[in-house]
Design a protein around this ligand. Structure first.
Ligand code: NDP
Ligand code: OXD
Length: 314
């Protein structure tokens, strides 16, 4: 039995070292040095080149090394009928929560204004407001969205969340489905996306939806934080809305094209904060321990957990 990493855009040797540490007896291989492909029962991938996974005749499980699985599902030759397991790990979730809380607080406490004042040696003790003055709306109430919602709630923000199926989270207003989307937007001063990339979520952060957000918050215009996937935001609409006052500020961690091209106007916009898809970084050892535990489950016939629903797209 062998395990294969297919990571053309990641440092695969780092992952191999981590997996070998976690499972010293596992035969770990790195694409393209696959050896006898018939040996490979399990593969972990991110952006696998077309045809690689399909070429493994005895493949039993595919592991996505991210919580998002768009990087796997975009393979047009992805073999049918093989279960795909995604990462659902506390370490990754807590890192995302740190990011969401950090950026909500950064906007709430107007840190960019303070930094600009300091650069010009200006002592400007402008009025601030309580967390309860701000409504944060989280699109995607899955593993990540729920954890962020709870921490923001505990800090005193008014928190709502939106998902496909309805959730029940104490102290969080939970809305669901297309029918409640406009109501969700209308309540939201700070829109956070923790949605997966699917056909339904593509382009969801567009001008029409930004115009539906609340304007009753302390900044008079809404704020967008996208740590879901870049395909969800329409960059041109975000820039238009920032420039015409329909949007107050944006924090963007993900982009349709990554790395974000150097000529993107988003880089230089004074009210855009850009992070390089690092909202929640994967720790190789932690993720390898998670994958290895799932391999062991599979080998003794226990059900796999955190399975991807291919039809749903996440
Ligand atoms: P989950 O699958 O646990 O949660 C996804 C949530 O989105 C669910 O609540 C789901 O609803 C909701 N959802 C999906 N489609 C729709 C839709 N059409 N309308 C409304 N709600 C929808 O995923 P995670 O929380 O683990 O991760 C979320 C995403 O975060 C990942 O897919 C990935 O894209 C991104 N991510 C980004 C990282 C970064 O560093 N920037 C790191 C890790 C993840 P329901 O509950 O009803 O199914
Ligand atoms: C993920 C990511 O999905 O890194 O885990 O974006």
């Amino acid at each position: 039995m062998a395990f294969l990493f297919v990571l053309p855009t990641w440092p695969a040797d780092v992952w191999k070292t981590a997996m070998t540490k976690v499972a010293p007896d596992l035969d770990v291989r790195i694409w393209p040095d696959m050896g006898q492909v018939e040996d490979i029962d399990y593969a972990a991938a991110w952006l696998p080149p077309s045809g690689v996974l399909k070429g493994l005749p005895n493949l039993k499980v595919i592991y996505s090394l991210g919580a998002g699985v768009d990087a796997i599902l975009k393979d047009p030759t992805l073999p049918e009928g093989i279960p795909i397991v995604r990462v659902n790990d506390d370490d990754l979730t807590k890192r995302m929560t740190e990011y969401v809380v950090l950026h909500v607080l950064m906007h709430h406490r107007q840190q960019q204004r303070i930094d600009a004042n300091q650069a010009r040696r200006i002592w400007d003790s402008f009025p601030t407001h309580a967390a309860s003055a701000l409504s944060v709306g989280i699109m995607g109430l899955g593993v990540m969205g729920q954890d962020s919602a709870l921490r923001l709630r505990d800090l005193g923000f008014r928190v709502a969340g939106w998902s496909r199926s309805r959730k029940a989270i104490e102290g969080v207003e939970c809305l669901a489905g297309v029918g409640e989307f406009d109501q969700f937007l209308a309540h939201t001063d700070v829109l956070v996306s923790l949605l997966p990339a699917t056909a339904e979520t593509d382009g969801i952060i567009n001008r029409t939806n930004i115009q539906k957000l609340s304007r009753k918050g302390p900044f008079g215009a809404p704020i967008v934080i996208n740590a879901g996937r870049g395909r969800q935001q329409v960059d041109a609409d975000i820039l238009t809305c920032l420039n015409n006052g329909e949007l107050y500020a944006a924090t963007l961690d993900v982009f349709a094209v990554e790395p974000l091209p150097a000529d993107s106007a988003l880089w230089a916009h004074p009210r855009v904060t850009i992070t390089p898809h690092t909202a929640a970084d994967s720790n190789p050892e932690v993720i390898c321990a998670y994958v290895h535990a799932q391999i062991k489950r599979h080998q003794v016939g226990q059900p796999l957990v955190n399975l991807v629903d291919r039809a749903r797209g996440y």
